[in-house]
Ligand binder design. Sequence first.
Ligand code: SAM
Length: 403
Amino acid sequence: FHHERLWSERNARILVERRPRRFHKQVKGIYNEGNGATSARNAGGSMDTDMFLPIVLKLASQHFASQALYAAVRLQLPDIIGEKQLSLDEIAGRLGDKTNKDALRRTLRLLTAVQVVEEMVLPGSKEEQFSLTSLGKCFQRASGANIGMASCILHWMEQPLWNAWLELPQYIMGEGGPCGTNSPFAMANGGISSDFWYNERDQPESLSHANDFVRYIHNQEVAAVVNGLDWTVFRKNVVVDIGGHFGILAAAIAEKGDLPDVICLDLPNVISKAPKRSNVNLVAGDVFDAATIPSCDVIVMKHFLDKCMWNDEETIQILKNCHGALSQAGTLVIAEAVLPSYGDVSDENALPIYMDALYLLVGREGQRTQAEWEILAYQTSFEVKDMKKTHLPSCSLIVLQKV
Ligand SMILES: C[S@@+](CC[C@H](N)C(=O)[O-])C[C@H]1O[C@@H](n2cnc3c(N)ncnc32)[C@H](O)[C@@H]1O
């Protein structure tokens, strides 16, 4: 890592600055000098590839920023800077006597480059000052209000997950055992992520960051489902959340849509432990036992049709049972990740692919593409009415209508 950083800072600058001259020479070589093209290529690569060098450097250094952010969040720099504009000395003073000011300055400058920090020099002063951008304030965790975003950085960037990335080549080459029985995470850390690493006894801090992050995302997902559709149109309808666990989403939908109550269906051993809620009707059932699914007009399923839970055959059976329980013009709302279909990846829809890579690291099944969801709908006599993106890559709203 150290080596890479030196390389990119010093050599990249030199190479990027030289690019126009070499570019010109190669264009000339290729178009006017016959075999000169070969010598130009030997001297410093081909015209086509040199053009991409700045992009390659940026791509190869994306993790520099995430690791700098990890360092900043660990040291609680966003809390230390707060709402103020502070000099390097002031920030260093608040960190401690032994602070390496040079390292601090350079880390803050990298965070300036990714718009987490803002730097300025006041008129008449030589001393640089730093403040947080609105983005930077998202990583303050002292008050507990923003713990979710800080915990994302602390959870994803800490060593066990980081080391898991380094196992990916071997994992791809089949060293994870037959059909990936081991995950890159397990290969790097000697055990699976959930039970082995993230446990209260051995890694309480890692566990607390992981839990804070999951809790935060869960709350955001509930908000995304509730705000992603107009639930008031279902006021006269029966709405069922299948696999609804303790009824948190059902309660939020009932509240948002001003519905008298929403049914939360889950396995008997879950429902028996669920706390009572005034606007939720808790029903014990099993999605594979069609008789236990109440007749209804709307079914919601959030993180229930995940490939980690069911294979395609089971998923089709679930969708068919839902079809049977729904009224004539019934609606099915599936809240899951939707990966872009093959050939359709763009900047706008790529984030779910990154999240899927995280699943890959910890040995979870992949997410479905938009085309795969469409096929499942077709196979079970639904049509896709809408695929609504929310602000969460893990939670698009796939709205199906009975045909
Ligand atoms: C991954 S959790 C999702 C919970 C919730 N929907 C959410 O998004 O947080 C899956 C839920 O499905 C429930 N479940 C598992 N098998 C089921 C079945 N055959 N019928 C109904 N619910 C089931 C589990 O008890 C659990 O509450």
